[in-house]
Design a protein around this ligand. Structure first.
Ligand code: C5P
Length: 234
């Protein structure tokens, strides 16, 4: 593949305590993975935690899924860029104007983070999307929102492994597809239901794999990471 993606594995630091996130980071190597900081950890650890992780050499996916009026989301994206994060995300349901405002805000930055959209949360089923006024199946909405995200200047979308192949065909090679729901065959499923192995996700067209517990709950996280890297290399 001609894309220069760097390490494909993004490790989800799903911790309530910054100290636990830093303990995990101390066991990992920045050259081999990126780290995802989500709402709970960021709300507790704040920009300072992101800075500390960056100072250790890690590139950060700030997974705050911004969704607000265009001006507010543009400001939030600029703030994320000031933090020096590598990837940031917004909800495609915020609409074209919101996504374009986010894009324009980041276009003013010298080294902008990748700007990624969330289409339909994978926690939402058919009934949930109908309840909030969306018609059709979740997959139809994913396709429509991914196309809107691309038209609005997003660099890619977060999607489930089940959606990767379809979105890759639709969006072409340069659109980044970021996939959680990854489970190597040797790891526990936990609460994830529709899962894919790392190698299958990449085969289907995924660029970046968001992986939490198979690595963070392993006795030796770097050994687990190495096993996944080996699987990908084969
Ligand atoms: O531990 P695990 O590998 O299941 O962690 C997956 C990470 O990806 C978590 O941070 C979870 O919130 C996130 N995620 C997900 N499914 C989505 C979107 C995000 O599992 N559809």
């Amino acid at each position: 593949m001609s894309k220069n993606l760097g390490p494909r594995i993004i490790i989800a630091l799903d911790y309530a305590e910054p100290r636990l996130a830093l303990d995990m980071a101390a066991k990992l190597e920045p050259a081999r993975c990126r780290l995802k900081v989500g709402k709970e950890l960021f709300t507790r650890g704040g920009p300072q935690l992101v800075q500390t992780l960056r100072n250790k050499g890690f590139e950060i996916f700030l997974d705050l899924k911004f969704h607000d009026i265009p001006n507010t989301v543009a400001g939030a994206c600029s703030a994320a860029a000031d933090l020096g994060v590598w990837m940031v995300n917004v909800h495609a349901m915020g609409g074209r104007c919101m996504m374009v405002a986010a894009r324009e805000a980041l276009d003013k930055v010298a080294q902008p983070p990748l700007l990624i959209a969330v289409t339909i949360l994978t926690s939402m089923g058919e009934r949930d999307i109908h309840e909030v006024g969306l018609a059709g199946m979740p997959a139809d909405n994913v396709v429509r929102l991914a196309a809107l995200a691309q038209e609005s200047g997003m660099d890619g979308v977060v999607c489930s492994p089940q959606e990767v192949a379809m979105l890759r065909r639709q969006a072409g090679e340069s659109f980044r597809l970021v996939t959680p729901g990854i489970r190597p065959i040797w790891s526990a499923k936990g609460d994830q239901t529709r899962i894919t192995t790392p190698a299958d996700a990449v085969r289907l067209g995924s660029d970046y794999l968001v992986i939490g517990r198979p690595i963070t709950a392993a006795e030796e996280p770097m050994v687990a990471l190495e096993a996944i890297e080996r699987e990908l290399a084969e």
